[in-house]
Design a protein. Structure first.
Length: 224
């Protein structure tokens, strides 16, 4: 039986990762190799890949931020420094989900769930307060002529509509916190909108620093 493996992204994964991103998002500019290299160098613990049957089939990328600095409206380019992750801040308490994608051929194999679960383990291992992300709303373009993005999101929350991304994120235990407009202009399916979502770490210990605030020699090895 094929085996699903989640691990930290390595340099040898990058070419396949960029090719897969182009396949998943043909209408959105893919990362360049040097961007992924920089993400790994900046925050290796937050860069994850999924392998199924020895093939790369998924990716989850994240950085740490001080959420208070970004809680107002922001774009993907602003909060990720155009994908360089120069905004990564080891003094922060929030794991920010910059990207998740899964190869279409393995959808239904719970790859997305495994990547989200691995990201939650990273959050807990680093003693971070929460995970925040801005998720796509790819079903909206089909109904944009009928309703506002706010009503569309509410109908997904009520169960009247199913959005491929937001419905999945709600099942993963994330809370819907509102709409970020003009988040990613290239995302025509979402009409540039994104759903602001949050997951609060139930194991967060306010009496301890986050692992990233410790000296490098004292930081734990992550077991994903």
């Amino acid at each position: 039986m094929p085996k699903l493996i989640i691990r930290q992204t390595r340099p040898e994964d990058i070419d396949a990762l960029v090719r897969m991103q182009r396949e998943v998002y043909p209408g959105i500019t893919a990362w360049h190799r040097d961007r992924v290299v920089q993400q790994i160098e900046m925050f290796p613990q937050g860069q994850l890949v999924a392998y199924y049957d020895n093939r790369l089939v998924g990716c989850a990328s994240s950085l740490v931020i001080r959420w208070d600095e970004w809680a107002d409206e922001h774009t993907w380019d602003e909060i990720t420094a155009a994908g360089t992750f120069d905004t990564h801040d080891p003094a922060g308490f929030t794991l920010y989900g910059a990207e998740v994608f899964v190869a279409p051929k393995v959808r239904g194999k719970r790859v997305g769930h495994a990547l989200y679960e691995a990201r939650r383990r990273v959050c807990k291992a680093l003693n971070l307060r929460r995970i925040i992300a801005c998720g796509r709303l790819p079903g909206y373009h089909l109904l944009a002529h009928e309703m506002t993005i706010e009503l569309y999101a509410r109908k997904v929350l009520w169960g009247d509509l199913c959005d491929p991304v937001l419905s999945f994120q709600l099942r993963e235990g994330f809370r819907f916190c509102g709409i970020m407009k003009n988040y990613l202009a290239q995302d025509h399916e979402s009409q540039g909108n994104a759903a602001l979502i949050a997951w609060v770490n139930p194991d967060y210990d306010t009496s301890r620093p986050t692992a990233l605030q410790l000296p490098l020699s004292a930081q734990p090895e992550l077991s994903i």
